[in-house]
Ligand binder design. Sequence first.
Ligand code: GTP
Ligand code: MG
Length: 194
Amino acid sequence: MEAKFVKSSTTLEQCPPANKPEYAFIGRSNVGKSSLINALVGQKGLAKTSQTPGKTQHINHFLVENTWYLVDLPGYGYAKVSQKEREHWEKMIKNYLLKRENLLCTLALIDLRLPPQANDIEFLLWLGQNTLPFVIVFTKADKLSHLQQAKQENLYKEELLQYFETFPRYFVTSAEKKQGLEELKLFLYELNQN
Ligand code: GTP
Ligand code: MG
């Protein structure tokens, strides 16, 4: 897919005009948001990635095929940030998610290797409570065998079905091995056309 970087914003007001369909990538620091964006569009260095959590600090807009936006967001849950920074993150991101008019769907990324984490579940619940459309995108599946992947999926199902009536739509992906990317792309294209 043809994609280019458009803008890095620190507030909703600074974001590009809300005149194209938009998808936001959210999740814990280091979960692989920036890597997934790069893998989806097939451009390695487009969104900046790092082994060190906390790489993405702003709301970054990428324009895809001149028709829709992918948005790379800073991650949450990084232990080394101060309480003040954490509050700043929450305010910035939640304000963006609640008020961005062209936001079609949020992609909530979760590291498939980890057992369900309280902050991920809290965030999904927050999306649900605010009736924001979202899907779950499990990342780093290449680090697990197929059996382990299936076990982890079940673990999340059990956990989340305590809170949600039905399990949210989800994708199992690897940016590294390109697993699940075609399925995810198709989903984005289809939403775009509605
Ligand atoms: P922040 O911007 O800090 O919030 O992180 P992020 O969620 O954007 O993560 P990023 O894409 O920078 O990736 C973090 C680390 O995970 C990097 O070292 C990536 O190479 C690695 N990584 C990302 N996706 C995958 C994947 O699918 N498989 C494997 N094995 N590693 C991955
Ligand atoms: Mg990032």
